[in-house]
Design a protein around this ligand. Structure first.
Ligand SMILES: Cc1cc2nc3c(=O)[nH]c(=O)nc-3n(C[C@H](O)[C@H](O)[C@H](O)COP(=O)(O)OP(=O)(O)OC[C@H]3O[C@@H](n4cnc5c(N)ncnc54)[C@H](O)[C@@H]3O)c2cc1C
Length: 624
């Protein structure tokens, strides 16, 4: 008997109200926009506002001023503010990425609930579900794919939910008989990396796995799996998740951990943000700090293509021998101008040990002065790990860069490696009046603020490519890829070489298992500074952008020829990712889809290329 006949036979009219919409709705179910008659009335919105303690806010679009009064003072100020990730994060109507050619451009929601707690979130979820509204969730606003904004939607904005509580001995609810108490931190859903690092490391002397970028939201990061600079040692951010408080599509506030709703818990560990519910709090395991965190920064220019080929080949072998371990993470860039740019981070090595590691490679370079030159300074050094995110410490030890004081000499006690590190300006600061002293971000992330992307792709590189008989193939592919675009090898985003504990945490997460056997995630990307459609003088360069996207694709194709279609990191990947289900989640996808059906049968939570999004139009308004 088919479904229609079945419903008729048992009296469908009586049954319909209790069926989930996925069964009851016609296939062309559409969510309402402000222009629709069924958009909630003023009094409906007023009720929601009352229910969330007056925290329903109409959402402005800050970029409008660039159109309406481009020469005015407000537009000038905005141009400055668009360089500041904290300013952008403070705007419910903006996102850190402004858009992507032929894909999306950021748009404000109609209203936002500036949530304070799980109850506010539940009110917003219920209101959106009952009124058939498009719902969107935003924390740190760092989605490259535009998954935290949607026009004509209701936004749940967690920015101000940033309470942080440290626990000496945390046991997830319901796990009292199965798990040992352990040090942990509970973070409100709006907490960003810098806030977590300040509380946990600077003040607390412990380590929590957040992102490398200091303004990324922890809730979004954990749901994508999430990597920080030292993930080769500590593992995925999701691997440290002990418990989450989550509002599901039915408006219930649930606990998810290894013992309570364990299926939801697993899906939240890398199944993608904005798909399974709204996290209101998350509790992450704390780890011990090593004595030192450090950097190795330098650039080698090769004099010819042949010399560059040899340099890449040498680096691959050097990486395999000396750096393929949990001491070293972050990036090496293989650039089209025959420059190899080293931007690595270390953990657990003092300045002398770190220099010793690199010496053989630097010696190799020095032996061929006609073929290779070092551009700028070689910086290899370490600082006390507890000071890594301590802005005040940096200010004190870094006087002539951060706060010029008439050429004061550097701290005489610093050793040579440290001295070099100090000479690099490492932070940019939020200069708005009255903001917190910790509103700082790594300089290296500055050029990603307010970007309009042209192309962006990632690919996990399996550790088998580091075997002796594969190294030449890898080196040749890297050289070939660099003829099209610069490519970055992010060693902390592949967990081959990580300790067993980090691997175990990642195995128990929903991310594509390819991450376990990859030594690095390769990323190629191109974009332009603040740009937005229809703003004179700031329009995205569409033709240039399309060409750049082609080159990014050709670049990554060279790597695919040796790596295969291993997969991509959901949060740092192509908007137009082919076979995205397989690419982001591999063999985990069918289990994720099942969990999605269980907790969100009507698809209230929709994001581009998220679990279950196949059933919706690209804008998330129409069921297909
Ligand atoms: C400049 C930049 C640097 C980055 N650096 C890193 C890095 O070092 N390491 C790394 O692994 N990744 C990095 N990323 C990717 C980033 O981690 C992911 O995009 C992450 O999802 C961002 O989370 P967010 O809260 O900041 O962003 P948002 O855009 O607010 O959220 C991302 C997604 O998660 C959802 N979401 C957010 N909060 C919640 C919640 N409380 N409950 C349910 N869903 C929620 C949103 O709906 C959206 O779909 C970077 C991105 C940018 C733009």
């Amino acid at each position: 008997m088919n479904r229609r006949a079945f419903l008729k036979a048992i009296g469908s009219a009586a049954l319909l109200p209790i069926l989930p919409r996925s069964l009851s709705a016609s296939t062309n179910f559409r969510r309402h926009r402000p222009s629709d008659a069924r958009w909630p009335s003023r009094s409906g919105w007023k009720q929601l506002d009352n229910a969330v303690g007056g925290n329903l806010i109409p959402v402005n679009f800050p970029l409008s001023v660039l159109k309406t009064d481009p020469g005015g003072a407000a537009a000038k100020r905005l141009s400055e503010d668009l360089k500041n990730p904290y300013y952008i994060g403070d705007q419910p109507g903006l996102t850190q990425t402004l858009g992507w050619v032929d894909a999306w451009a950021t748009k404000p929601s109609v209203y936002a609930v500036a949530a304070r707690n799980a109850q506010d979130i539940a009110q917003a979820v219920n209101f959106a579900r009952e009124n058939d509204l498009r719902l969107v969730v935003k924390g740190g606003g760092h989605s490259y794919q535009g998954t935290s904004n949607a026009p004509d939607s209701l936004l749940i904005w967690t920015r101000h939910m940033n309470d942080i509580a440290m626990h000496a001995a945390f046991v997830p609810q319901g796990c009292e008989h199965t798990l040992q108490p352990q040090p942990a931190v509970t973070l409100g859903a709006g907490t960003i990396g810098m806030q977590a690092y300040d509380a946990v490391t600077t003040k607390g002397g412990k380590y929590v796995q957040g992102g490398g970028c200091l303004t990324v939201g922890l809730a979004g990061l954990v749901q994508s799996g999430g990597f920080g600079s030292f993930s080769k040692h500590y593992g995925l951010a999701a691997g440290s998740l002990l418990e989450a408080e989550v509002v599901t599509a039915d408006g219930n506030v649930r606990i998810a951990n290894a013992c309570t709703n364990p299926d939801l818990f697993w899906a939240l560990k890398g199944g993608g943000g904005g798909s399974f519910g709204v996290m209101s709090k998350l509790t992450l395991r704390l780890h011990d700090l090593p004595e030192y965190f450090g950097v190795a920064n330098f650039t080698i220019k090769a004099a010819s293509d042949d010399a560059y080929r040899r340099l890449i080949r040498e680096f691959v072998s050097f990486y395999r021998e000396r750096l393929f371990n949990d001491n070293w993470g972050e990036q090496v860039h293989v650039n089209p101008d025959n420059k190899l740019v080293i931007k690595m981070n270390s953990q657990g090595l003092d300045p002398g040990q770190a220099k010793k590691v690199w010496q053989p490679f630097l010696n190799w370079v020095a032996r061929s002065p006609h073929e290779y030159s070092l551009e700028g300074r070689v910086t290899i050094g370490s600082i006390p790990a507890q000071r890594w995110w301590d802005v005040q410490w940096w200010k004190e030890h870094w006087p002539e860069i951060a706060f010029p004081r008439n050429g004061n000499p550097l701290h005489a006690l610093l050793d040579d490696g440290l001295l070099h590190l100090m000479r690099q300006p490492v932070f940019d600061f939020d200069q708005r009046p009255g903001v917190g002293a910790n509103n700082a971000w790594w300089k290296g992330n500055t050029n990603e603020v307010a970007t309009f992307w042209w192309g962006y792709e990632s690919l996990w590189l399996p550790a088998s490519l580091l075997e002796n008989d594969a190294q030449q193939r890898l080196a040749s592919a890297l050289f070939a890829s660099s003829r099209y675009s610069g490519v970055g090898l992010h060693f902390n985003k592949g967990l081959a070489g990580a300790p067993p504990k980090a691997i175990a945490g990642a195995k128990d997460a929903a991310m594509n298992p390819a991450v376990l056997t990859a030594f690095a995630l390769a990323i190629a990307a191109a974009g332009q500074g603040p740009a937005y459609p229809e703003i004179p003088g700031h329009e995205p360069s569409v033709a240039t952008g399309r060409k750049a996207a082609e080159r990014v694709d050709l670049c990554m194709n060279q790597l695919r020829t040796v790596a295969g279609e291993t997969g991509a990191y959901v949060s740092e990947s192509n908007y137009f990712e082919k076979r995205w289900q397989q690419s982001y989640w591999g063999s985990n996808y069918s289990r994720l889809a099942e969990i999605k059906r269980k907790y969100d049968p009507d698809g209230l939570f929709f994001v581009h290329n998220g679990v279950g999004s196949e059933q919706w139009s690209a804008d998330g308004f129409t069921r297909l």
